[in-house]
Write a protein that binds this ligand. Sequence first.
Ligand code: GLC
Length: 464
Amino acid sequence: MGLTDDLLRFDWTGVDAELQKKTEDAFAELRLTEEQIERVQRVFLEEMERGLDKQSESPSSLLMENTFLPELPNGHETGEYLALDLGGTNFRVMYLRIADGKVVEQDFQRFEVDEAHRYGSGEDLFDFLAGCVQSFLREKHPSGRHFELGFTFSFPMIQKSLDVGILQTWTKSFKASGCVGQDVVKMLNEALHRRGDINVDVVAIMNDTTGTLVQGASQDQHCAIGVILGTGSNAAYIERVDRVKKWDHHQNGIKEVVIDVEWGAFGDNGVLDFVRTDVDRAVDDLSLLVNSFTFEKYFSGKYLGEVFRQCMLKAHRDGVLFESVSEKLNTANSCTTKHVSMLEKDTIDGTGHHLEAVMEELQQAHSAADLVVLRYICALITVRAAVLVSACISVLLKRIDRDDCSIAVDGTLFKLHPRLASLMETAIAVLAPKHKFHLFLAEDGSGKGAALVAAVAKRLRNRK
Ligand code: GLC
């Protein structure tokens, strides 16, 4: 038995042996074998090294971006900051007060970024963001005082310093024009200053994984990895500067730096094709940005529902599920990650309670045997998600190679899925057997982390 089977342990009660076999055969490709898992680990490490290398001949699919963050909070940070969190369709403006390296007070407001702003011009998008900052301050902090702001920008960017971030490509649900190749800190600062009615300066930009790592480190001193399992997925970790070959700056004795892996794009150059299935190709074909973000599309929150829907359609075509498929189910993106989580809850507590609700939402007629097949599909795509993510985390653990290493995780997929965390714990322990680790939820890394990074940026500036 391999890791996948160990994690899966599926109870087929209610289905005859023939249907079980046909279903297992139909989805054999989604059950990662030991060799495939080992190859994912090997390829991930190779891609990491190529991404850090200055002279790589063929580009790595991992950006391995230098965040220019050489240290984590040391417990002495204090002050009041603003933070912005842009990554999903919700945008947050936050006020955070830090004392002794921890966030002790916070307040925030959420704004919806509608399609017109996500797909429109970059200038309009940043004017809209600046307007949200103004409306938050007008309501909560009308004094007109000056604020420094940490900007969590959860998209692939090339950083030139802690306060310069050049957008490489949009992902998830964004497509605003005139931003790719631009410094988004400059765009935001210009929009803030254009208004003339607020006194705010962006002092640091970071990815949400960096924020999560920093927030994690303020809770647990052994934290060296930050992971997001949400709409998208990615990780940041602490790397030795001497291994960051492409960073030819004068490094002033800096020994370590946080690297943003950008593993969402892992495999965009074909190196992961050995795990790609027809289901994954169908998910990609229907996505906003086709042929990119291969790894993320296997499991992250934005896509897992569609992976599930494509699996159901395949199961129907292969004659193991549903007599006919409802119009709703035939509609792209009609299933969400929430549906997968609901069915997984049934698997855990042995009921069919949520299944009925999901089928009703999808207006899908079904038999008792269908329900077992559906649960199997959800279990399988969940296990594949856990194995893929754990394979990458195990590589990071081995690379960091500390006696004890904590992994801070945030994101809706991680928080709302009923057993992803425990599957990952088991998988990581198998895949990095010699490395002691602790996986924990670092709630709101993209908010609290932004203020903490702004505070660290201030310390670094003062030191200069
Ligand atoms: C996408 C973004 C990445 C972010 C992740 C999680 O993969 O490219 O920067 O960290 O989503 O939000």
